[in-house]
Design a protein around this ligand. Structure first.
Ligand code: AMP
Ligand code: MG
Length: 508
């Protein structure tokens, strides 16, 4: 039998007293399973439902290396079975966790892992990590769902999480996808797939809401203490640890929103059950990276009100944080204290966004005045012209105003006088600065390769015909999106006309 082996990092090296210390991880990782140990109020031990005829769709060797996972084992039939849910990993029992949440602003009651299973948590070279299958069959929380995920949405999640990671944005990761010919009914009949996700924790705002709304305050406290102990240890030293936790989650969420807005990422379903307590991008459904710059863009065709439009994401995140604050009230007690923690979002987010957008201009230090005079007019012009968002920023990085390459930026605009006026302002702003250094920094901030809908769609259509190479090619390019990949230049072009006809709904 081939073996899976992890190399523990020094940070997480087991102590000599640990009976698993130094034990070979031969397809049997030394499970930590800390979430499991919270007890039956939090999860149900539940096996995956096997899928017939499993096959590999994609493996993420870069992530496997980061985790210290043996690459030969990852390519083995045993791993194929493990990551399809057809055999338990090292005999470990998988669990489905319970959570609730607000969906589209309405209390939705109990939800939970309806198609995901936590295989377990183990030490890896990157620290303790949880491994989760998505699409592994029905669970006690499936409600009316089939517990499955289709190949299409699995490829989108796999590529998007690695794309955001490559861009430096906090996200859950994706280790591999397996597929099966088993039919799965959505608008059309598709085939089943399973994504293996990896993160330090998959705990959501909705986990807290669940216990709070059901009056289970002991469990609520247990969960908060768990999250503080394992993920926010600094909060334990504060005089009000639960308020400190709320403030820390608020800070991470604000940072994530600034990153999403700057990169042009629309999540599409920012329900509280899709919000990570660690501030990670979580649950990729109808997401989209902007093509043309439209601040009001709605990527989810099921979002008729535009609640989760691109320009509403920062406010929705704050709304969701208030829902988390509400859930934590039995622990925090005093609403003024909770509100003070939440208000830090309003105080901090504008500066975070300004820094992120300023960095795109090569000016991370941009002040409020610069934002008004330099950034906002540019964004208004881009919105008027629906300028291609990734291509604009990349071309600007390669050709600042005053250089011959700036012509390629001008080519993107109809209203050249307006652009030239902006370029003059920019030139005045950076007068006396080292523009070569500015340009170099911008090339590390404005990616060349972005997972646009049409690129994902092309990879999906190839995969549906049995060709998984385009998925693997996209993975490799998106893992280092700021670098040049000359053989893949075609992946950095404008979207084709048909891209605007791609409709992405919650169906996945
Ligand atoms: P989402 O909006 O995809 O994050 O899912 C919301 C809730 O529905 C979560 O509790 C999911 O586990 C559950 N869910 C989504 N799709 C399915 C499915 N096909 N089968 C069972 N549960 C599902
Ligand atoms: Mg979800």
């Amino acid at each position: 039998m081939q073996t899976a082996s992890f190399t523990a990092s020094s940070e997480s090296t087991p102590s000599p007293a640990d009976p698993t210390a130094g034990a070979p991880l031969a397809g049997r990782p030394a499970w930590l399973n800390r979430f499991h140990s919270l007890g039956p109020a939090f999860s149900t031990a539940w096996p995956a439902r096997a899928l017939p005829g499993p096959h590999w769709v994609a493996r993420n060797e870069g992530l496997a290396r980061e985790l210290g996972l043996d690459l030969d084992w990852l390519a083995s039939d045993e791993a194929l079975d493990v990551f399809t849910g057809n055999r338990p990993w090292g005999g470990n029992a998988s669990i489905a966790t319970v959570y609730s949440g607000h969906q589209f602003g309405m209390w939705a009651g109990q939800l939970g892992d309806g198609r995901a299973l936590l295989l377990g948590e183990t030490r890896t070279a990157a620290g303790p990590m949880e491994f989760q299958l998505k699409g592994s069959g029905p669970t006690p929380y499936s409600r009316m769902g089939d517990g499955r995920a289709v190949l299409r949405s699995s490829i989108r999640e796999f590529l998007a999480s690695e794309a955001l990671h490559g861009l430096g944005v906090a996200t859950t990761r994706a280790l591999c996808i397996t597929g099966s010919p088993a039919p799965v009914r959505r608008e059309e009949t598709e085939t089943a797939a399973v994504v293996t996700r990896v993160a330090p924790s998959f705990i959501r705002f909705g986990h807290f809401e669940h216990f709070s709304h059901n009056g289970l305050h002991d469990e609520l406290r247990q969960l908060a203490d768990f999250v503080i102990a394992h993920h926010y240890p600094g909060c334990a030293d504060e005089t009000q640890p639960y308020t400190a936790l709320l403030a820390a989650v608020t800070a991470r969420t604000a940072a994530l929103m600034a990153d999403w807005q700057a990169i042009g990422f629309c999540h599409g379903v920012m329900n509280t059950d899709n919000m990570s307590i660690l501030g990670l991008t979580l649950d990729y459904g109808p997401f989209q990276f902007l093509d043309g710059f439209d601040p009001t863009h709605i990527c989810n065709h099921s979002d008729h009100q535009g609640r989760y439009a691109y320009n509403r994401q920062p406010n929705v995140a704050m709304w969701n944080l208030y829902a988390l604050g509400q859930a934590l009230m039995p622990l925090i007690g005093d609403s003024d204290t909770a509100l003070a923690a939440l208000e830090t979002y309003k105080a901090d987010f504008p500066g975070l966004l300004r820094r992120a957008m300023g960095a795109k201009l090569g000016l991370p230090e941009l002040d409020a005045d610069g934002e008004i005079r330099l950034l906002n007019p540019l964004l208004q012009l881009m919105a008027r012209e629906r300028t291609d968002y990734p291509i604009f920023w990349r071309r600007l990085s390669e050709g600042l105003p005053g250089t011959p390459q700036f012509e390629a930026v001008r080519d993107l605009f109809l209203d050249r006088p307006a652009l030239d006026a902006w370029a003059a302002d920019y030139t005045a702003h950076v007068a006396g600065r080292d523009t070569a250094a500015i340009s170099a920094a911008m090339l590390r901030t404005n990616p060349k390769y972005v997972l646009r809908n049409h690129l994902a769609q092309t990879a999906i259509e190839a995969a549906e015909n049995g060709d998984f190479q385009p998925t693997q090619d996209l993975l490799s390019v998106l893992s280092s999106p700021y670098d040049e990949h000359p053989q893949h230049d075609a992946l950095a072009g404008f979207p084709p006309d048909w891209a605007s006809n791609i409709t992405i709904s919650c169906s996945s």
